[in-house]
Design a protein around this ligand. Sequence first.
Ligand code: ADP
Length: 248
Amino acid sequence: RSAGDLVLEAQGLDRSFGGIHAVDDVSLEVPEGSLHAIIGPNGSGKTTLFNLITGHTRPTSGRVRFAGEDITGMPYSKVARKGLAKSYQITTVFPLLTVFENVRIAAQAAGHAYVFWRPADGIRAVTRRTEEVLERIGLAADRDVVASNLSHGDQRRLDLAIALATSPRLLLLDEPTAGMSPPETAATVELVQELNRDVTILMIEHKMDVILTIADRITVLHQGRKLFEGTPDEVRDHPEVKEVYLTG
Ligand code: ADP
């Protein structure tokens, strides 16, 4: 694999719901190692585009390639095993289990135990991976805390840890800073940047300042179509993007 390889390639994705054209001929290329952001006003098609990529929604037309393989129409359970993980606002956290148990289940499910001949080695590998992820995400001190007792910000962190434990090739983040205070937002921005050192990231984000700090490339959606795509500097200076953002 060389730098510049595409992890994700969407071509001409299209999806209508009844009379609503939610995603209208959108193409996207995400190179290995990059952090690509999707922005756009409410109803511009961001969530639908994510669901088309993960296999939660079937496109009316268009193709999705992941790591060189056509995954169009493949269910998420199968796509996830190929290394595409999504982190969606605490939906994956088991509230009554501890932080450690939550991450261990994900590490185990991702097959970190199966490459070993003796079960004890498999268990040790899963424990190692779990500890490594908790360290990385900054939850090591909270390993024995029951998930439901974590602060909202830490629950979001745990959700990220669960996604990371599966060692994904591409991580999809849906508004990782939604509902967060400014200090929590800053900590999450730092964390996402840290994760991006190992994992390619595609994220939806509302906060323009976050996007402009963090993204390598930005796709701006408007009424289901790609309004613009470029670097943070290009997006900042684009008159049409400004207009869409000012007028909602
Ligand atoms: P965003 O995430 O940018 O807010 P969405 O992808 O959620 O946008 O929605 C885009 C458009 O598609 C909206 O008009 C929305 O009402 C419509 N839409 C999304 N999902 C469905 C669905 N399952 N059934 C009907 N309409 C939908």
